[in-house]
Design a protein around this ligand. Structure first.
Ligand SMILES: O=C(O)CCC(=O)C(=O)O
Ligand SMILES: [Fe+2]
Length: 299
């Protein structure tokens, strides 16, 4: 099992780093300990471009040797001081104040090692045999991570890193340590299992177009396309019909509550995803009162 190529199908001019000139605005990388997230297509540009022919599909460049990837059973950690926004060879770290407008981000390369992905998948399938699956409105085979200590142990360190990335990318703070986002409910995050051997299609082998009850959704691919399943992928409607196909261990971030998306049908095997729904934290009452008092003094 494992990823053989490292091609994403996020197809957009702005991801086309193989062409000679990329507009400055589309320098989009940030990295955390060698894990780089790519900004997805610029939706506004895409929308005004709808009449022109679709841009050619491009592969993101393979991750470089020497990234902070250790053993196989690994989680690729953030730096202690959060994300490294320093200049990368691809461009400037111009992410300082990201106005998120429906842009998706994909990690360039896995954020979870192959062995750990396989261990989690194994644990999920074992638990589902003894406890059965839960379901929610779209996906019909789910497990809540928090219901299963054996899963939490494996998954929580990954989740806290991904949430730190989300805080940095979509949050109000310039440091990932100050959290702006929280999970939408106690049953978050969860895993989704698609299984091509199940007769029912909807919710079992795919999910139809929908928006999530979230502001930001993350998806980490725990299974390997080719090895574990065929088909699948996440289609974000605004980006066109082609699915974003993550390699095993890679992560997709997007505004799941705004952007209509679907899970493409798998044609064979089993596809397991780690999914998290997050929303912005509401300001606490104490903070609101303080703000109101401050405002009164100022006026
Ligand atoms: O299958 C996918 O890639 C999408 C899953 C999804 O949208 C969801 O679980 O809410
Ligand atoms: Fe979704």
């Amino acid at each position: 099992m494992g990823s053989k190529s490292s091609s994403h199908r996020v197809h957009s001019k702005n991801l086309d780093r193989t062409s000679e000139k990329v507009p400055k605005q589309s320098k989009f990388l940030f990295s955390c300990s060698g894990i780089r997230f790519s900004r997805g297509p610029d939706l506004e540009a895409l929308r005004t471009d709808l009449s022109s022919p679709a841009p050619p599909k491009r592969s993101l460049p393979a991750s470089k040797e020497g990234d902070a990837r250790s053993g196989e059973n690994s989680i690729y950690r953030l730096n202690d001081d959060g994300l490294d926004l320093s200049t990368t060879e691809e461009g400037s770290g111009n992410f300082e104040r990201l106005e998120f407008d429906g842009i998706a981000f994909t990690s360039e390369g896995p954020v979870v090692g192959e062995q750990l992905c396989n261990d989690i998948v194994h644990e999920v399938l074992t638990l589902s045999k003894s406890c059965g699956f839960g379901s929610y409105v779209f996906a019909k085979q789910t497990l809540s991570i928090n219901d299963h200590p054996s899963l939490s142990t494996l998954v929580n360190p990954i989740v806290s890193d991904v949430v730190a990335v989300i805080n940095r990318l979509y949050g109000n703070s310039s440091t990932s340590s100050c959290s702006s986002f929280e999970f939408t409910k106690s049953t978050e995050p969860h895993v989704v299992v698609y299984d091509a051997s199940v007769e029912d299609v909807e919710g079992y082998r795919r999910v139809a177009f929908h928006t999530d009850a979230s502001e930001v959704t993350f998806i980490v691919a725990l299974s390997a396309k080719g090895g574990d399943y065929e088909g699948g992928g996440t289609v974000i409607e605004a980006y066109g019909e082609d699915p974003i196909e993550l390699e095993q261990g890679e992560c997709l971030l997007f505004e799941g509550g705004k952007e209509s998306h679907k899970g493409e049908e798998i044609t064979s095997g089993v596809r397991v995803l780690l999914v998290g729904f997050l929303k912005r934290k509401k300001a606490s009452r104490a903070k609101k009162v303080k703000k109101a008092i401050g405002g009164a003094f100022l006026s």
